[in-house]
Design a protein around this ligand. Structure first.
Ligand code: NOS
Length: 321
């Protein structure tokens, strides 16, 4: 018997690698994209919404609703760190695409997440590709959300490696560490795919050439916007190629066997020079004293990834489009 596709909502800040992940999801029969929710991160939230609508128009999938998310952090912080230097000022490789025709739905991202999770209890997975504000708001405003949601796959953390904002912190967690702490300690089924894993999934210059040679509609579109992302990686990491952060997290939801994970408690540093640092407690020792870790639920933290399989899937699905 054919399995029903897994319903997913992508919480996104598009973003070049977000665009790859969204197209990949639309090309994956294992999942049904039931909505996009938007958040600041790679760009401000207003532009994230515009880009999400634009990408769905490119895909011919304007049937998928877009719900706009928070413009501020969970503590109402307005000093946001926006990574437009990674993605271009428009978030999509400085292409000056025309504005989308569509509009976001009336519901906020958090309310849409709550509504869908309660409509399909145990059947909706959120793939969170930006800071976790919307998900934390959903958790805080609906006591049933944690049990209604099937899984929250988070692209975020740097597990035992340096961050990419500074040595302590990875960009999505750094974007709203207080929200991340709410999500990681909520008791929901959380799978964190950190940059210790996504930095293993490398898309080379030759891979981009292969995309360019194909007639795939998504491949052609992505080749236009990828230049900025490639130059940033070249400057920042001296690499000839880019890390596939968002596509890897997305595929961890689509095909869970591509990764392995360990389980433990994750807590956040929310202040000081290590703001955004995540600490993983592996539960190998029972501490005598009660600590901020003792009574907290475990989450899953990705440890390994089948990187060649991820690159193959990305290539296959984007070129056959
Ligand atoms: O060097 C960087 N600084 C800030 N954000 C980055 C950098 N590289 C990638 N991303 C963005 O942040 C997420 C992964 O941490 C990805 O969504 C990626 O688009």
């Amino acid at each position: 018997m054919l399995e029903e596709p897994k319903k997913i909502i992508i919480d996104t800040d598009p973003g070049i690698d977000d665009a790859m992940a969204i197209f990949l999801a639309l090309q994956s029969p294992e999942v049904e994209v039931i909505g996009l929710t938007t958040i600041y991160g790679n760009v401000y939230t207003t532009l994230a919404t515009r880009n999400a609508l634009h990408l769905l128009e490119i895909a011919g999938r304007t049937d998928i609703p877009v719900a706009e998310g928070s413009h501020v952090t969970i503590t109402k912080g307005t000093k946001l760190r926006i990574a437009d230097f990674v993605h271009g000022t428009d978030g999509l490789g400085n292409q000056n695409f025309p504005p989308p025709k569509g509009k976001p739905i009336e519901l906020s991202a958090a309310d849409f997440l709550i509504q869908q999770a309660s409509c399909y209890p145990g059947k909706v997975t959120v793939v969170a590709l930006g800071p976790l504000t919307n998900i934390a708001l959903a958790i805080q405003s609906d006591p049933h959300f944690v049990k209604n949601i099937q899984q929250i796959v988070v692209l975020g953390r740097a597990f035992a490696v340096n961050g990419n904002v500074n040595p302590a912190a990875e960009a999505n967690i750094f974007g709203d560490p207080d929200a991340a702490d709410v999500v990681f300690t909520s008791g929901a089924d959380v799978l964190a795919v950190g940059i210790n894993v996504t930095h293993q999934v490398f898309f080379t210059d030759a891979d981009r050439d292969k995309l360019a040679e194909s007639n795939g509609k998504y491949a052609q579109y992505l080749c236009k916007i990828l230049d900025v992302y490639y130059s940033y990686h070249h400057d920042a990491y001296s690499t000839k190629g880019v890390y596939l952060h968002d596509p890897t997290a997305l595929l961890a939801a689509v095909t869970p066997s591509l990764i392995t994970y360990t389980e433990g408690v994750v807590r956040l540093q929310t202040t000081g020079i290590t703001r955004g640092l995540t600490l993983f407690y592996n539960k190998q020792k029972r501490f005598g004293e009660v600590t901020e870790w003792s009574d907290k639920p475990s989450v899953k933290v990705a440890v390994t990834v089948d990187a060649p399989a991820v690159v193959n899937l990305v290539m296959e699905r984007l070129t056959n489009s």
